[in-house]
Structures are given as C-alpha cells and as structure tokens.
Write a protein that binds this ligand. Structure first.
Ligand SMILES: [Zn+2]
Ligand SMILES: [Zn+2]
Length: 176
C-alpha cells in the first residue's frame, strides 16, 4: 500500500495510507503550505493519484489538472507522470511526499506452494501466520512456535529490513 505525507499549515507532516485506487489532492486556498485530501472525482482536485495493478506490483500515476501549479521533484507535470518512492509533490506552495513503503504485518501465508522460510529453511504451509518483508518481499514464519521473522533484528533474506512489528516507517519526511 502506498502512503502520502502531506504538510500542514504549520509545516508539520501528516501521514496517510492510501487504501483506495484513487486519491484527490488540492492545495490550501490561503497560499499556505498545506495540502489537503479531497474527492478524486470532484472539481476541487488539483491532482489525482491513480493506482494500476499489474501482477504483484502496484504502480501509481499522478494526473495533473494544471501544469502551472503542480511540480514533481521540481519539474512541471504535463498531464500524467508515474510516481516513485520518495517523490516530492508541490501543489502551489503546498508540499506532499509520496512513499511506497509498507510495514511488516502478520498475515496467513497465501503461497506460492513449496516456498521456504529464509530463516529456518523449512516450508511455509498455506494459511500459516507469516510476515512478508516490505523490502525484499520474501515470506517468513511468524507463529508462537516459529517466530522466524522477529527472531533476529533484520530480515533473514535481505539482511536490511528491520523486523520490529511496531517499528513504524523507516522513511519519513524528517529524513529529507
Ligand atoms: Zn521459518
Ligand atoms: Zn527482506
């Protein structure tokens, strides 16, 4: 699931997971820094973020209603632009940041059949509680008997992603 960080009037940031396939954004009317979420179908939307699903990947495009008022990473957008993790959106004076980072969550394993856990090297059975690494997407067991995901501080496959289940996002606007 993709996320959007939008700036508030006081320049603090607000985080929101994008749970639908479309999201409208508009700039603040008083030329402040704020960006607001709005109805994607309505007239108020200055940009619309649109999701397209292909196989397991989700792609997001930004559709722009007015190239004079919208920039992504400093460049004007004519019509449509594909979004990447950490893209910076400017709507007039307002700022928003796009992120594709997901959090590690425990879900029943849905396949593929025969997939092996990179920590214990044993097969992960269908419907077993498991965690898929947000970075490398490899599934690990995560049951009371076999807490393979949280066994160590880092993912067993990529040895990069932290395994804390309450660790929050790795990347936030404060990192800029
Ligand atoms: Zn395991
Ligand atoms: Zn990983």
């Amino acid at each position: 699931m993709a996320n959007i960080w939008t700036q508030n009037d006081d320049e603090s940031w607000r985080h929101r997971a994008i749970d639908g396939a479309r999201l409208g954004l508009r700039a603040s009317e008083d030329a402040a820094h704020a960006v607001h979420v709005c109805d994607a179908q309505g007239d108020a939307a200055l940009v619309t973020l649109v999701r397209s699903d292909s196989d397991e990947r989700q792609e997001w495009a930004l559709v722009c209603a007015d190239p004079k008022r919208v920039r992504v990473n400093g460049a004007p957008v004519f019509g449509l632009r594909m979004l990447e993790h950490r893209d910076e959106l400017r709507l007039d004076a307002g700022r928003a940041l796009f992120s594709t980072e997901t959090l590690p969550v425990i879900t029943p394993f849905a396949g593929p059949k025969g997939a092996k856990c990179p920590r214990c090297m044993l097969e992960i059975e269908h419907e077993t509680d498991s965690v898929r690494c947000p970075t490398c997407h490899v599934a690990h067991h995560q049951t009371a008997k076999r807490p393979c995901w949280t066994y160590s501080d880092l993912c067993a496959a990529c040895v990069d992603h932290p395994t804390a289940l309450d660790g929050g996002y790795r990347w936030t606007p404060e990192d800029l």
